[in-house]
Write a new protein. Sequence first.
Length: 628
Amino acid sequence: MRKKQFKAESKKLLDMMINSIYTNREIFIRELISNASDAIDKLYFKSLTDDSVGMSKGDFEIFVETDKDARTITVSDNGIGMTGEELEANLGTIAQSGSLNFKNDNDAAKENDIEVIGQFGVGFYSSFMVASRVEVVSKAFGSETAHKWTSEGADGYTIEECEKESAGTVITLYLKEDSENEDYSQFLESYRLSELIKKYSDYIRYPIKMPMTHSVPDEEKEGEYKEEVSVDTLNSMIPLWRKNKSEIGEDEYNEFYKNKFMDFENPLAVIHSKTEGQATFDALIYIPSRPPYDFYSKEYEKGLQLYTNGVLIMDKCGDLLPDYFSFVRGIVDSADLSLNISREILQQDYQLKIMAKAIDKKIKNELKKMLSNDREKYEKFFDTFGVQLKWGVYANYGADKDALKDLIMFKSSESGKYETLREYADNMREGQDTIYYACGETPEKIALLPQTEAVKAKGYDVLCFTDDVDEFAIQMLMEYDGKKFANICKDELNLSSDEEKKALDEKNEASKDLLEEMKNYLDGEVSSVKFTNSIGEHAVCLSAEGYVSLEMAKVLSQMPGGNQGMKAQLVLEVNSEHRVAEKLFEFFAKDKDKLKTYTKILYNEARLISGLQLDNPTEFADMISELM
Ligand code: ADP
């Protein structure tokens, strides 16, 4: 029989299939099953209007079988089938099946293409990733004759008449021999193959059946087991997200989540939506109660499962989720993305973008709803994932800050409870125009800062920034509701009256020489020493000047590579009303050695209060002991 040649484009794709080191070879089974399902769809729809079909929904099925000795996998369907001409037209050329738009001949591009199209579907030709020979026996519905199409890949194909009783298609793959790097035999293991079918084709609407071997108790021999073969249906068939919301109970949503995403806790929230318009898709999205088990590992990949018409095309579609929602799990099913790459991939990207935007909005709305209707739940959520949202405010140069600013919270140092920025702004005192915050390890430690006491004494609340990202996020936000933020350990607070301020300025001016001397003793550690009247009863505190606060400097210094150039400019503030101030003047006049010791002690005390390490704790302890 004369071999026919594939059309030029098909040949190229075949080459790619056969030669590429594509890692996702397993998708061939998904492709064959999707084709079978489409063929059944066609005959099923025909049966609705044409009695001569003589079949009802329950009669349709896809049958998969393996033969280890012959090294074959067979996928059969009782769908519409193909005539000889159709076999020729559909399997002889890819252009006909509308499967692919080639970019160009460049080898690198080819490798990339296969990665991309592999995620979406490569159709029938993917068989050649695992098979050295493929046979397709098909009989079209209503036709008298059947045909067999055979190909060993790039060198062409043959078509001949053959026998087949009923309409449908039987595809037989003769698997390639295993090599050092490739294990094709794995697909002959019915367990392995059934797992793949469950993974990719669980929601195909017709039963996918396969003979499976099971160990069952032997009735004749007590305590022993025997092997039994039964034909099992592998797929569950009904995607939960396709059902109507009203038909689904909370339990069903939760069970589905736990099985699918391997969590043992129920999710905090479920979003089930059907969207129509620019993009049409069903989404089933979960906000977990706790981070996914590998969330904090480098290997963690964000993403939603992407299906088209119930067929999985991508396990983690990262483009569907912004980074700040990377903990969200779920499924998106869109008929707009077709398994066969009949459209430009770019266009699909566009669809993905529309879906991603809609999903982002849905999650935000759900969280807003939770925040106003179920505060306790939201706080639990925020305890776990709040940091992500704050990173979201900071990331991308603040591109998402406006959409996220009402979802973030900080602990109030007054009540110890979470407060949103809205709540803080609404609770501000007469005349207060600034949102005060302080950084520290815990709200308790922040409450003990001398500066906190001073701000509280004015009746103002202080927000506690306990996460590394907090201050970076706020700097990105710049203001909330027209109100500026002030770090009480860094910024000029303007808490004192004009007279108090004037008095302090005069005092600092008059003490210039003393303060300069003290600064010199500290040997470049601080950029200045000054008197203050806003730290209550305490003797000293440390503050920072310029852009970088103490906390930011700490965070930056912990980053890989250190904090090159990003050092906080420290200011040692001494309480002008404290008795120690008098001592300083006294020593300045008659005992410079003492002045030096006092300066060093005060500076180290201030560092301790701010949670900074001491460079030389021994020296500090010795100096104190000496004084005692
Ligand atoms: P597509 O992406 O269009 O499915 P394929 O290369 O997988 O591309 O298949 C090409 C065409 O061959 C299909 O569009 C369909 O018309 C036909 N075909 C493939 N498998 C079957 C089958 N099992 N039964 C009937 N027709 C089939």
